[in-house]
Ligand binder design. Structure first.
Ligand code: FAD
Ligand code: SF4
Ligand code: SF4
Ligand code: SF4
Length: 391
């Protein structure tokens, strides 16, 4: 009997969907398991044990990766692009350029309250993939769509986390010249299920869309279907966003991410250029851009005049950005978090799994709601400004 992806353990499966897209019998579905994260499940009645799923799985293969040839600090010259992007808008400018050249871009969008990869062919749709969504992006049959587009010999750009880049690379096996892969620096993702529990903790109202940052600050903001803001919670006062930023609620395999490090699997890597000194206004967003292949270098040559950019050294960024060094450290209470989540649900887990955090989060939430107390506490010397920032 041949191996199937059932032997891939939870500390290895990144839910890249390569197996789902490959299966000739379409008998793999992704189902919610540990902490609401998705894992593949095989319909044994349909499986013909062909072994294709295990062959394509990036968890068991070495994924080619290269050290960057050049590194830049960059941000879009277009103030509106920079302002509405998560960092400096490099991903958005690359997407715009590709579509203008008649090409196709794949990236993560928030459709309703689900994060999923979509195919973009129109400039009007680029804002759908703009901005970081700190939630695992569902891939559905996206690799099949990429495969079909590749036959038309048009420029194609695929943007995703390194494990998604590994997924599409394994699925296609040969990466043709017209496909550029862009990996974003990634310290981990939350499951969609856990994110929705976090939203439930913010409001009982119906939320239609969410943003994850306010400028360069982490901040969870929810809107109704008329675009009105229902809540705005800075990360230190949000159970879910605090858990995300501080690395408590990631998908299990993120704590053993094999894509962390200097060697990158995309033609271009983009992230935040944290650690730059005063010469940049970091609060407006500045990208780290690492060019890792000749193909990446060609694309950068074609679009670099859209950016204010300067060549820098990767070593400047490494101390401030752990995905360039190592995976996130698994918190000591992670198993407890998963046990509570699996037994009692995500809301209880977010509140109860990290008791030392919980107290401070309730305190910050309480202070925010009580205007008088807020005024007194934020007026206190030494801690006042800090509390203002975090509550
Ligand atoms: C889960 C996650 C963790 C991150 N962790 C780090 C980090 O530790 N260090 C760091 O420097 N940067 C990190 N980033 C990247 C950073 O937040 C910016 O996305 C990146 O700097 C690109 O900025 P930009 O202004 O060029 O992107 P924009 O122009 O705003 O475009 C955002 C791009 O990100 C892609 N994207 C958004 N959400 C997702 C998602 N859930 N899955 C896959 N792709 C997505 C979109 O397809 C789009 O192309 C992370 C991003 C995500 C989504
Ligand atoms: S062994 Fe083949 S048929 Fe069975 S799940 Fe894997 S890919 Fe599908
Ligand atoms: S191919 Fe991707 S989704 Fe399937 S088992 Fe491997 S890592 Fe998980
Ligand atoms: S931390 Fe690694 S495994 Fe987790 S989503 Fe990011 S790239 Fe994928």
């Amino acid at each position: 009997m041949r191996d199937t992806i059932e032997k891939i353990t939870k500390d290895k499966c990144c839910a890249c969907f390569a197996c789902v897209n490959t299966c000739p019998k379409i008998c793999i579905s992704m189902v919610k398991e540990n902490c609401g994260s998705l894992y593949p499940q095989i319909d044994k009645n349909k499986c013909i044990q062909c072994g294709s799923c295990i062959k394509v799985c990036p968890a068991l293969q070495e994924i080619p990766a290269s050290e960057p040839q050049k590194v830049f600090a960059a941000y879009s010259k277009d103030l509106s692009v920079r302002g509405s992007s998560t960092s400096g808008g490099v991903a958005t400018e690359i997407a715009k350029y590709t579509v203008r050249c008649g090409g196709v871009v794949y990236g993560a969008a928030m459709i309703g309250m689900e994060v999923r990869h979509i195919r973009i062919t129109s400039l009007n749709d680029i804002d759908k993939i703009q901005g970081s969504k700190y939630v695992h992006s569902h891939m559905y049959d996206i690799y099949k769509q990429v495969e079909s587009d590749l036959k038309q010999n048009i420029p194609i750009v695929f943007i995703g986390t390194p494990c998604q880049i590994a997924g599409v690379s394994r699925y296609l096996n040969d990466i043709p010249d017209n496909l550029i892969l862009i990996d974003i620096l990634c310290h981990g993702v939350s499951s969609l299920d856990c994110f929705l529990c976090g939203i439930n903790l913010e409001t009982k109202k119906a939320v239609s869309s969410v943003s994850f940052r306010d400028g360069n600050k982490y901040c969870l903001e929810g809107y109704d279907n008329g675009g009105n803001c229902i809540f705005k919670t800075p990360y230190r006062a949000s159970f879910w966003l605090n858990g995300f930023v501080e690395g408590y609620i990631f998908r299990e395999n993120c704590y053993a991410c094999k894509y962390a490090g200097k060697n990158r699997c995309g033609d271009i890597t983009i992230g935040d250029f944290w650690g730059l000194k005063n010469e940049y206004d970091i609060s407006k967003g500045v990208n780290l851009v690492a060019i890792n292949s000749d193909k990446g270098m060609r694309l950068w040559g074609e679009i670099s005049n859209s950016f204010n950019c300067e060549e820098r050294k990767l070593e400047e960024a490494i101390p401030y950005n752990h995905p360039l060094r190592e995976p996130a450290h698994k918190p000591v209470n992670y198993d407890r978090f998963c046990n509570i989540y699996n037994d009692k649900g995500g809301i209880k887990a977010l509140i109860k799994a990290y008791p030392n955090k919980t107290l401070y989060i309730w305190l910050r939430r309480g202070i925010r709601k009580n205007k008088k107390l807020y005024k007194i506490v934020t007026g206190l010397p030494l801690i006042g400004n800090k509390l203002k920032e975090y509550s």
